[in-house]
Design a protein. Structure first.
Length: 175
């Protein structure tokens, strides 16, 4: 008798997990997470990510990053870069796998330190970003997002490209 109750409990838990994964990317589905990445010349890019699904295809995506890099004789710190935008679900061949592309604005503050002449320049940057990524949902409440992005930023009397590849761990929930 206790084996039957235990089996029912385990089977019920499996149904619950399938239902949770099946309910991903529907209206009200949200996720928050941590991300880390690397670009062509940066040492490290870390940040936060938030997504809110409007429906099965479109979601709001907001990412907040901080980056450290070295370019020749200059050390670069992106003090913060916030990128609100939209993400579109291109396809999901399985309920645990999604392929997205996204586009968004970008605004932040940079700091450049010239190591030769000991000069520091700080200022605001503005621009846009475009990217694509895949999301895996291997657990009930957590997903992994592997993403590639290209930023184009203007400011500090300079403009530059900022490529970035990142991996995020997200906690998923409904409202």
């Amino acid at each position: 008798m206790s084996f039957g109750i235990m089996s029912l409990f385990c089977f019920g838990e499996e149904i619950n997990q399938y239902e949770l994964i099946s309910l991903s990317h529907v209206k009200g589905y949200q996720s928050v997470g941590l991300r880390a990445g690397h670009g062509t010349k940066n040492r490290l890019d870390i940040g936060l990510t938030y997504a809110y699904c409007f429906n099965e295809r479109f979601s709001l995506l907001v990412e907040l990053d901080r980056e450290w890099a070295v370019f020749g004789n200059s050390e670069f710190t992106n003090l913060f870069l916030i990128s609100p935008g939209l993400e579109h679900n291109l396809m999901n061949p399985a309920k645990w796998f999604y392929w997205h592309w996204g586009i968004g604005a970008a605004v932040g503050k940079d700091r450049w330190d010239n190591m030769v002449i000991s000069r520091r320049v700080e200022g605001w940057v503005f621009g846009a970003q475009l990217g694509t990524g895949v999301e895996f949902i291997p657990w009930k409440r957590f997903s992994l997002v592997l993403k590639g992005q290209q930023y184009v930023l203007f400011g500090n009397n300079d403009n530059y490209f900022k490529p970035n590849i990142s991996l995020a761990l997200r906690f998923n929930f409904h409202k």
